[in-house]
Design a protein around this ligand. Structure first.
Ligand code: UT7
Length: 339
């Protein structure tokens, strides 16, 4: 889908922020828990360390830090924010963690809510926020991608526990002119037929209530993943959706300044880059230090590359998120930065 047409405003990405927990868990340390080793994990995934929320941090505290840094970079007052969307599958409160973040940020005029689309969540939330800005009377939005999968991993399952870490990333979006639009195009997709490849499912424990009535106890099973199926899905669908976007936008892959994919596995990043002949130095990756932080990976990587000067004003970024659902999506972005 191309956007916007000439008579609607554009969306500018004007700030970013991120936060990770202070506790680092290395591959060697994981080897104390399950039968694995540093070389297997590095070779198969590119991951060396991941950050895990410990005693003194919460997902909400990471989100507040990331959101606050994005607001600061954009040069906004918190009261000027109209919308906060928190993309997460692991909220601190199932009724919604977005409003707590809104309160703590002092964004008193913003409406805030959560959106769940697993590892695609940030991209889905970014596109959702853009629609409010484009179609409604909202001018400024904070989109946060954050997850705490460490709470839901089976730490005795070596096929999945090596992959994931915790973190939060945020971007500040602002209404702008058609000419300055930074969301050049996007496409989002779902395939619920493949939902069993990756789950964090409610358990089906039924407890007796009264007489012959029962109720379902509220609790969730640990993450279950068919790694090979998810891998095959990613290396097929991510290039396909990016190809579609590039063609519909009349943009050559050689014009891409940065390939910013969901950080799931270095082999997936390399495979997608090779498909488009994108040199590996244009592929953003921080997997080695953070692992797969689910909805946080894209804004966490974006913020790192903005702050260390790799991403500059007007850089063209091809981004794609993918994961449970199954869900996936892609967008072509132009980074604006603060004015
Ligand atoms: O956001 C989306 C989230 N999910 C993903 O992105 C997952 C995508 N998939 C992957 O990244 C890869 O499939 C994995 C990294 C999960 C697994 O890599 P793989 O190359 O597909 O390995 P495999 O599952 O085919 O396992 C190969 C071997 C097996 O041994 P045998 O049966 O060949 O003897 C596994 O038992 O490696 C063994 N193995 C391990 N060995 C050491 C599996 N996990 C481990 C481990 N350490 N942690």
């Amino acid at each position: 889908m191309l956007e916007p047409s000439r008579n609607v405003p554009g969306i500018a990405l004007v700030g970013s922020g991120s936060a990770v927990p202070s506790q680092t868990l290395s591959n060697e340390e994981l080897g104390l828990r399950v039968e694995t080793n540093d070389s297997w994990i590095r070779e198969r995934t590119g991951i060396a360390n991941r950050q895990i929320i410990g005693k003194d941090e919460t997902l909400t505290s990471l989100c507040c830090k990331a959101g606050s840094l994005a607001i600061q970079m954009a040069g906004w007052e918190p009261e000027s924010v109209d919308l906060i969307i928190l993309a997460t599958s692991t909220p601190d409160d199932l009724f919604g963690t977005g409003p707590e973040i809104q309160g703590k940020l002092g964004a008193t005029n913003a409406v805030a809510f959560d959106l769940t689309a697993a590892c695609s969540g940030f991209l889905f939330a970014l596109v959702t926020a853009a629609q409010f800005i484009k179609n409604g009377d909202m001018n400024r939005a904070i989109v946060i991608g954050a997850d705490q999968l460490s709470s839901w991993i089976d730490w005795d399952d070596r096929r999945s526990c090596i992959l994931f870490g915790d973190g939060a990333g945020a971007v500040a979006l602002e209404k702008t002119s058609y000419e300055k639009n930074g969301l050049l195009s996007f496409k989002l997709k779902s395939d619920g037929r493949k939902r069993n490849c990756l789950n964090l499912k409610q358990s089906t424990d039924h407890l007796s209530l009264v007489k012959d009535k029962s109720h379902q106890k509220g609790s969730y099973l640990p993450i279950q993943m068919n790694g090979q199926e998810v891998y095959k899905f990613a290396v097929k669908e991510v290039p396909a959706i990016l190809d579609l976007l590039l063609k519909s936008s009349n943009i050559e892959s050689s014009s891409i300044d940065w390939l910013l994919l969901h950080q799931a596995n270095q082999r997936i990043l390399d495979s997608v880059a090779d498909r488009f002949s994108i040199p590996h130095e244009k592929v953003l990756s921080n997997l080695s230090e953070y692992g797969n932080t689910s909805a946080a990976t894209i804004p966490l990587m974006l913020d790192e590359a903005v702050r260390d000067g790799r991403i500059n004003t007007n850089n063209l970024i091809a981004t794609s998120g993918f994961g449970a659902g199954l869900s996936w999506g892609a967008a072509l972005l132009r980074w604006q930065g603060p004015s």
